[in-house]
Ligand binder design. Structure first.
Ligand code: URA
Length: 417
């Protein structure tokens, strides 16, 4: 027991809907780190938070305790407002690969540490690592030097970044409390605060392929993310975007890198570019730069943002010329004439997760999105796989992921702000 701190009383207080004080939260976190709280007690507390939440000051105290539990990056040696963005997770979301160099091409440093795939949702680190040689395990010193010299870093979360969050997340995963919105906000922000940026844009995704299924849930999460950021003295903005269907066409690591490269030349799919421009506009405004979406699109078309991305890849050891392609590719045909009513986005994410195990070139390209008119036999998707068996499996499971109908469906807007 840490001094006179009573773990059971702390848990019952939260269970009964009485928010603990920031000091009590800090002492609870210290007790966990000192090994004085059992896993069962931590899990019970997460369940209490799931049902009762905690006041925003208590959540902030938890976030700080998790952020301070491991390595913290001090980016003060890099001049300017250091920007970061965070996506709450989706399918085909390769925006970081485009937005980060686009914003950095305006001379504003973007220093972003990212995670791996989680459940059905892809991870930026996995996408970057599909580029042969690309290093995501940069040291603190490398991050600072690259931030100063290039103004752009895309690296992975260090193992020692917010280890208390990793421990609590693991227990949440084992007891059914991953979905707690306050705990999600605190978990995300602990890693963001430890990563050291000054300002954040949150891309909060909503819909079938997102963790937040409704706009109300997304707003609850966003308001906590912004509250924690502001309590930490950081600036923050939110972009709400639909994850009703995969973003762009490509879903899968090296496929997404290729699509990001096209977008960096202004030749990407319309929905991807629309979200990229909205995120870049929000990020730049946090650094005091008012760029219109036309200015941003011109920056893509001029090739400047692409140059920045190529410089990043070179600096982190990647060889885009060796980007892998899958040995087997086969179209998935429409089973009837009609309009595509939509895709089961979460399931597409899970299929791609399987296709990418040990194969960074695996994945699915969605060729006909919601609202497209297709004829029987016309390809609606293209499967990229390691073997013919995988292709056959993917065809079978994709059958349940796309709905075709006679009526043209209503358009779902991408930007929901
Ligand atoms: N991402 C995180 O970092 N933490 C969560 O709890 C959920 C998503």
């Amino acid at each position: 027991m840490a001094g006179d701190f009573q773990v059971v009383e702390f848990i019952t207080k939260v269970r009964d809907g009485v928010s603990p004080s920031p000091l009590e939260v800090k002492r609870f976190a210290q007790a966990i780190l000192a090994g004085e709280v059992t896993d069962a007690q931590v899990a019970a507390w997460t369940m209490a938070v799931y049902f009762r939440s905690m006041a925003e000051e208590a959540l902030f105290a938890l976030t700080c305790a998790m952020a301070e539990s491991g390595h913290q990056l001090d980016l003060s040696a890099i001049e300017g407002t250091k920007l970061d963005k965070h996506s709450t997770g989706g399918v085909g979301d390769k925006t970081t690969l485009v937005v980060a160099p686009l914003v950095a091409s305006f001379g504003v440093p973007v220093i972003k540490l990212s995670g791996r795939a989680l459940g059905h949702s892809g991870g930026t680190v996995d996408k970057l690592e599909s580029i042969p040689g690309f290093r995501t395990d940069l040291s603190k010193e490398e991050i600072i030097a690259q931030g100063k010299e290039l103004g752009l870093v895309l690296a992975g979360h260090h193992k020692r970044l917010a280890p208390l969050d990793a421990k609590i997340y693991h227990l949440r995963d084992s007891c059914g409390t991953v979905e707690s919105i306050p705990l999600i906000a605190s978990s995300i922000m602990s890693k963001k605060l430890a990563s050291g940026a000054d300002a954040f844009v949150f891309d909060v995704k909503v819909g079938h392929g997102a963790f937040m299924k409704s706009l109300d849930q997304a707003k609850e999460l966003a308001s906590l993310l912004v509250s924690i950021a502001e309590q930490a003295g950081k600036k923050a903005k939110v972009v709400y975007s639909s994850m009703a269907e995969p973003l762009g066409s490509a879903v899968g690591n090296s496929l997404e890198v290729r699509e990001a490269l096209a977008c960096l030349e202004g030749k990407g799919p319309g929905d991807l570019e629309e979200l990229v421009l909205a995120l870049a506009e929000a990020m730049l405004s946090l650094a005091g730069i008012e760029a219109t979406r036309e200015d941003l699109a011109a920056k893509l078309a001029s090739g400047e943002a692409k140059e920045k991305f190529l410089a990043l890849v070179r600096r982190q050891g990647g060889d885009l010329g060796a980007l892998p392609t899958a040995p087997f590719r086969e179209p998935y045909p429409a089973e009837r004439d009609g309009y595509v009513q939509g895709w089961q986005t979460r399931e597409v994410g899970l299929i791609v997760r399987s296709l990418t195990v040990g194969n960074p070139a695996g994945g699915v390209e969605i060729l006909a999105k919601r609202g497209s008119k297709v004829q029987k036999g016309e390809p609606v998707a293209l499967i990229h796989a390691q073997s013919k068996e995988e292709i056959d499996w993917a065809k079978e499971v994709l059958a349940g992921c796309v709905a075709l109908g006679d009526l043209e469906p209503q358009k779902i807007p991408l930007l929901l702000n």
